[in-house]
Design a protein around this ligand. Structure first.
Ligand code: COA
Length: 275
């Protein structure tokens, strides 16, 4: 297998399906995978034929977290510099994904442990197979959930659930992950791709400049006071207007003048505005 194959992708109808592709290692994130994933995300980010990115896994895993051999043990053997390099390569692509130009969906098809929570949280939306298995397994092999994983738990789950999840290392199903809000929803594995395609289809109909502004706003305002958020949102919309002056005017025109749609229950036709 060439090193490039640890991540694969296809583009179908403006959806980029990106796959962790180390099924024999349950898609554990090795340094080679982390480096390649960053390259793939960069390759896809501004392509006109990509409107939504879906991150999924080949085989039985979404990702079994960090590779204990290649990411932890081999890197540590190179001293502090080795450990820090491995961390920065992983964190780099998770960060790229958190602030990605296009909306992103984690399609969690199977095992999802520890270090997989970084990319899970980085995706804007997450849909799991009911049959998938999630866990902060770090405590089971003697470390705390690092690489942001503890933060992912506390940002996503209720405090008591996050504490229980972190301290017990108990695996939970995709259905339970949806119940405690680690993911948006869970569906039977057989329907997973269909459901994700449906959600991607909804996003593809929205104004892409507004989507990018809105997804960033959700992440930013979480950490702001109300006053700061109010101000940030004004600036963010004004900045979005500078990239897309016509979008909102066209939306208003189709509703107010043409009466061709109702924003409360539908989306304006974005194909009809000039960019
Ligand atoms: N790091 C390194 N190797 C891993 C790995 C990881 N996180 N997860 C799986 N693998 C490897 C196994 O060592 C095994 O390698 P081998 O075939 O060379 O022996 C191979 O992947 C298959 O794993 P196996 O355990 O046989 O598969 P399984 O389907 O029975 O179980 C898991 C899957 C995910 C439950 C199990 O592999 C596991 O617990 N992995 C570790 C999960 C974890 O703690 N991740 C957090 C890291 S931060």
């Amino acid at each position: 297998m060439s090193v490039d194959d640890v991540v694969t992708y296809t583009i179908e109808n403006r959806i980029a399906w990106v796959k962790f592709n180390r099924p024999e290692k349950r898609n554990a994130q090795s340094p080679a995978l982390n480096r390649r994933m960053l390259e793939v995300l960069e390759e896809l980010e501004f392509r006109a034929d990509v409107g939504v990115l879906v991150l999924t896994g080949e085989g039985s895993a979404w990702s079994a977290g960090m590779d204990l051999q290649e990411y932890f043990r081999d890197s540590a053997a190179k001293g502090l510099a080795g450990t820090r390099k491995a961390q920065s390569e992983a964190y780099a692509w998770w960060r790229k994904l958190r602030w990605y130009q296009k909306p992103t969906i984690a399609m969690v098809n199977g095992w999802c442990f520890g270090g997989a929570y970084g990319p899970l949280y980085a995706c804007d939306l997450a849909v799991a197979a009911e049959e998938a298995t999630f866990g902060l397994s770090e405590i089971n092999w003697g470390i705390l959930p690092g690489g942001g994983a503890t933060k992912v738990a506390t940002n996503s789950m209720a405090w008591r659930d996050a504490m229980y999840h972190t301290l017990t290392g108990e695996p939970i199903s995709g259905s339970k992950a949806a119940e405690c809000k680690l993911v948006n929803e869970a569906v039977p594995l057989a329907q997973l791709k269909e459901r994700v395609t449906e959600i991607a289809g909804v996003l593809l109909k929205k104004n892409p400049v507004a989507l990018k502004a809105a997804k960033d706003a959700v992440r930013r305002v979480m950490e702001m006071t109300y006053e700061n958020a109010e101000d940030y949102l004004i600036r963010a919309q004004e900045a979005a207007d500078s990239f897309d002056a016509e979008g909102r005017k066209e939306g208003m025109r189709q509703f107010l003048d043409e009466k061709s749609f109702k924003p409360g229950i539908g989306t304006y036709d974005i194909s009809r505005h000039k960019r």
